[in-house]
Design a protein around this ligand. Sequence first.
Ligand code: IMP
Length: 199
Amino acid sequence: MPHRNAAVLDRSEPWIQNAIERVLLSEDQIRARIAELGQQISKDYAGQHVILVSILKGSVIFLADLVRSLNIPVGVDFMAVSSYVGSETSGIVRVTMDLRESAEGKHVILVEDIVDTGLTLAYLKNLLKARHVKSLKICALLDKKESHRVEVPVDYLGFKIPSEFVVGYGLDYSEQFRNLPFVGVLKREYYSKPDKKQK
Ligand code: IMP
């Protein structure tokens, strides 16, 4: 008998119904797009070894699916940065956890959940370039292009989305909703209470 995931999310639960305005990207849409990204990356890096650097915590679910869509040898590493208070960016990026292994001389792809102002990726791009990586590209699941304050070219993009606060598929609001299998728009009333957020 095929294995079935025992815990299936019940979308009629009040904690979802009261918070999510609408589903922006379904599980099927996300899965299909990641398969395409995986093919593209595998083609571009054929014959090379690449390190996927996941920016904690929002990109871990994306990373987990992306890495399994690749047909090339890959390593993974993690960095954590903090820049957000509630749903508003403070504009100050701080590395709170650094890579375990040196990235020098390696092909690196930064894996990010979402580009909003672009400040996080611009900062990390400069930081890694200064460490003399062999090559550096950016893969992001979501991009709010209208919210950019600095231009950061995304080499591998899942979806361009409107400038609304979204949660699910790894993305949180104050450590909630990461476990939703889809990406949903958070209702506006959830933005009102600011609190400290670690990405
Ligand atoms: P940026 O530096 O403004 O581009 O911010 C990128 C980071 O902000 C992402 O890695 C997320 O952690 C967070 N972020 C931006 N927009 C959203 C959102 O709509 N939902 C959840 N997190 C977000």
